[in-house]
Design a protein around this ligand. Structure first.
Ligand SMILES: [Zn+2]
Length: 406
């Protein structure tokens, strides 16, 4: 095995969660690797990044139906929550609507970790009208002092009459305590309205909270005859395209160095083009130490932190992401796909890959020699694919689903 393998982590400076400047020390972390090679860390700024959400199947139509007021206002709250997409990790996306006499009198969403929660913004918006009103919240209100005071107390103080909750918070320090607190204060509480929708809104947060690791999604492109492709469909990287939306949704993206071998320019870095999108942290895996040496100085200029290890694996990468409070990681098979073989193998063997997004392009081609998907193709254990969804355009079909290794 090579004496030195490398992992580069790029910090887009417009990513407020991890903004760093020359005088600021890097976030501290430690890899689980037993490497004897010293960590080689450099930091700075990457170039300004431009801006673009997918989950078309999650797009909510908040159309009011008779006798379904609770569902209607909860779907509206979900719409609001999605405004924080890409900014709230490790916190969840949360939206809140205050309704009185069938009128929305206040609304809010959680914009960013460290900022007030959705309920606070909605109550401020409603003012005195919150009294005897109904509050719709996509996630159970918190009942603990974190960086902000508990939302349960704000709702009690505002004298709301009823609280409708989309789902109970899986966070053990919240779980049902918020609901209990509200009920003990004499407020009527309904739980589980549009629960599946609310869960899909925060799948990465829920996974991170329950499993203790980021949600890991494998993305790749296929020809119609089932071979791996290093290409994307026309228009998918533009605003509204599924790829641009994925980048907005994920906290980090793992890429291989071959994408950057020719030129490490901002043009070669995948960016979300959604308006105002927060860009994911880019984790660039180098399997070739010689190649790394030649690009190291250029990487430093681009504001890329470099970490050298004697072994690169998903454990190290996911551990790093966990320490940074990142809840979702996209393993994006672009560039020389054979560079992902070990990671995909590990992801399957250790059951780390939770989800896949596959783009099928209108291409018929020959089989590649090194097929990193061989690990997937040769799986003899039973893996269930659940919640399969698809969307089609004139140029490609995108299929996504979840892997259940049980
Ligand atoms: Zn709260």
């Amino acid at each position: 095995m090579q004496a030195a393998l490398g992992l580069s982590v790029s910090f887009p400076y417009c990513n407020s969660r991890f903004s760093i400047n020359a005088s600021h020390s890097l976030p501290s972390f430690m890899f689980s690797s037993s490497s004897t090679i010293p960590l080689n860390l450099t930091c700075g700024f990457s170039k300004p990044l431009t801006y673009r959400n997918w989950k078309m199947s999650y797009v909510v139509c908040a159309q009011k139906k008779n006798n379904d007021d609770d569902g209607f206002y909860m779907r509206k709250s979900v719409e609001l929550a999605r405004k924080g997409l890409g900014y709230t990790s490790p916190n969840p996306l949360v939206g809140c609507v205050i309704v009185k006499d069938a009128q929305v009198v206040g609304q809010g969403f959680h914009p960013k970790a460290g900022q007030p929660h959705a309920e606070v913004f909605a109550l401020r918006d409603a003012g005195d009208l919150a009294e005897n009103a109904t509050a719709y919240v996509t996630l159970e209100p918190c009942n603990h002092f974190g960086r902000t005071p508990p939302c349960t107390e704000a709702l009690i103080k505002a004298r709301v009459k009823k609280v409708v909750v989309g789902m109970v918070d899986p966070n053990p320090i919240v779980a049902s305590k918020g609901v209990d607190r509200l009920r003990n204060a004499g407020i009527e509480v309904v739980v589980g309205i549009e629960e599946e929708l609310c869960k899909s809104l925060n799948e990465a947060y829920i996974h991170h909270m329950l499993v203790g690791k980021p949600l890991l999604t494998l993305r790749y492109s296929l020809s119609v005859n089932g071979n791996l492709l290093d290409s994307l469909g026309n228009g998918v990287t533009e605003s509204g395209g599924y790829y641009s939306r994925l980048l907005q949704e994920y906290d980090a993206i793992i890429l291989c160095s071959s994408l950057f071998r020719e030129s490490l320019s901002v043009d070669s870095v995948p960016l979300s083009q959604e308006p105002g999108a927060n860009q994911p942290i880019r984790i660039i895996v180098h399997k070739d130490s010689d190649c790394r040496e030649t690009t190291a100085s250029e990487e430093a200029q681009q504001g890329i932190e470099t970490v050298s290890l004697d072994e690169i694996n998903l454990d190290a990468i996911l551990d790093y992401c966990n320490r940074q409070g990142l809840c979702s990681v996209l393993l994006d098979m672009r560039g020389n796909c054979s560079e992902y073989e070990e990671l995909v193998k590990e992801g399957i063997e250790k059951k780390y890959i939770n989800k896949f997004v596959t783009e099928i392009l209108p291409v018929w081609n020959g089989c590649t020699q090194n097929d990193p998907l061989l690990q997937l193709k040769n799986l003899d254990q039973g893996v269930k694919v659940e919640n399969l969804r698809s969307m089609a355009s004139a140029q490609s079909v995108v299929v996504e689903g979840y892997l259940n290794f049980k």
